[in-house]
Design a binder for this molecule. Structure first.
Ligand code: MN3
Length: 206
């Protein structure tokens, strides 16, 4: 059985950048529904129930054909949101000097330029999806990508460092159609400590 981990901060902890009602609905309704749908999909496949959602998404070709799309959508929804809650924290946490900042500066020219490119990926994702800072599992290189729906970069040879949910459910109550304002505001609550730790773990595995 897959389950929703508890949130490490209260629903109102990311205000004014992300409002409490959006957080509550996003977590208790949207994320919970992905978990419920994933559990329903794997209930006839006991060997899959005991795998991690990461393993399911890593090996999509091993999934039974009848549940593959459901696992991509709802397993992806579960995995992406689990990370998303951890990628944010009250007041945010700045990116200090270290491996990740150096790699970002080398790849994108500067941290500010990285932010521009990441924001652009988030703004230009048509419809529902995510913007990501990823590491290529083969080359170890950083990259910015966006995916549609709940598609997760780990299914495409990437590891995730940072991700931004740009589904309307993530911002519409507070920002309505102003996705760009939500994206700009989101930097205030990014937990770069999490991203930095994740990057260090990934480098060790490469
Ligand atoms: Mn969402």
């Amino acid at each position: 059985m897959f389950k929703l981990d508890s949130l490490l901060y209260s629903y109102d902890a990311l205000q004014p950048y992300i409002d409490a009602l959006t957080m509550e609905i996003h977590f208790t309704k949207h994320h919970q529904t992905y978990v419920n749908n994933l559990n329903a999909a794997v209930q006839n496949y006991p060997d899959l129930e005991n795998k991690s959602v990461y393993d399911l998404l890593l090996n999509l070709d091993n999934l039974p054909v009848d549940i593959k799309a459901t696992v991509i959508n709802n397993g992806g929804g579960h995995y992406n949101h689990t990370l998303f809650w951890l990628m944010m924290c009250p007041q945010g946490k700045a990116l200090g000097k270290g491996n990740l900042l150096t790699a970002i500066e080398q790849k994108f020219g500067s941290f500010e330029q990285f932010k521009v490119l990441f924001e652009n990926a988030a703004k230009t994702r048509f419809g529902s999806g995510w913007a990501w800072l990823v590491v290529d599992r083969v080359t170890g290189s950083l990259d910015i990508v966006s995916t549609s729906n709940q598609d997760c970069p780990i299914s495409n040879n990437k590891e995730v460092i940072l991700g931004l949910d740009v589904w309307e459910h993530a911002y519409y109550l507070h920002y309505q159609n102003r996705r760009a304002d939500y994206i700009t505001a989101w930097w205030n609550v990014v937990n770069w400590g999490f991203a930095q730790d994740k990057y260090a773990q990934i480098l060790q595995k490469l």
